[in-house]
Design a protein around this ligand. Structure first.
Ligand code: ZN
Length: 180
């Protein structure tokens, strides 16, 4: 019996109060310290199931190959089908179910464990400095048709802005032209 740190090791019983030794069958750090202190071999304290003898004993019998499914005996019964899907009411959840020891998503994001999607969503356009709103990136070398479409969209935006201004919504007048 050796006293080390806050844990007690019993080398004869292969037990440590940190419980790792008896759970894994491999000496924990505390047990190793005790083993080395006694000038013993650490290999001698590893559980027998990890030894090559145990492996050999496990596979000493012949392992026969499994025949293909058409050689399997027929039972004459109906094939077993998967159970019917039970769709519960309500909107299906989209978020991944987080592990019990994982922090909630918002806290994880604050701590810097960012999801790749969030990085993309918060990225800014290098040219304009605007927030990336997703969708297709603007075409770098637009052809005639694209330019035509762009012009038409700009015109449309200007027209909408003008309409909004006339309708009393003066704050919306800036909306035109920025989104090409
Ligand atoms: Zn231990």
């Amino acid at each position: 019996m050796n006293q080390g740190g806050g844990f007690t090791v019993n080398l004869e019983g292969k037990i440590c109060t940190c419980r790792r030794f008896q759970l894994t069958g491999i000496p924990c750090g505390h047990a190793l310290a005790a083993i080395w202190f006694c000038n013993h071999q650490s290999h001698a304290y590893v559980h027998l199931c990890y030894k090559i003898e145990a492996f050999k004993k496990c596979y000493e019998h012949t392992v026969y190959p499994v025949p293909s499914p058409d050689k399997w005996p027929k039972t004459g019964q109906n094939p077993i089908l998967p159970p019917d899907a039970n769709i519960l009411p309500g909107k299906p959840k989209k978020n991944r179910r987080r592990d019990v020891d994982e922090p909630p998503l918002q806290i994880a994001q604050r701590q810097g464990e960012l999801v790749q999607l969030c990085i993309v969503a918060n990225a800014r356009n290098l040219d304009t400095g605007q927030k990336n709103k997703g969708g297709k990136p603007p075409i770098q070398n637009p052809n005639k048709l694209t330019l035509k479409r762009r012009k038409r969209r700009e015109k449309e935006n200007v027209r909408k802005a003008r309409q909004a201004a006339e309708g009393g919504g003066a704050g919306l007048a800036e909306a035109g032209g920025s989104n090409t």
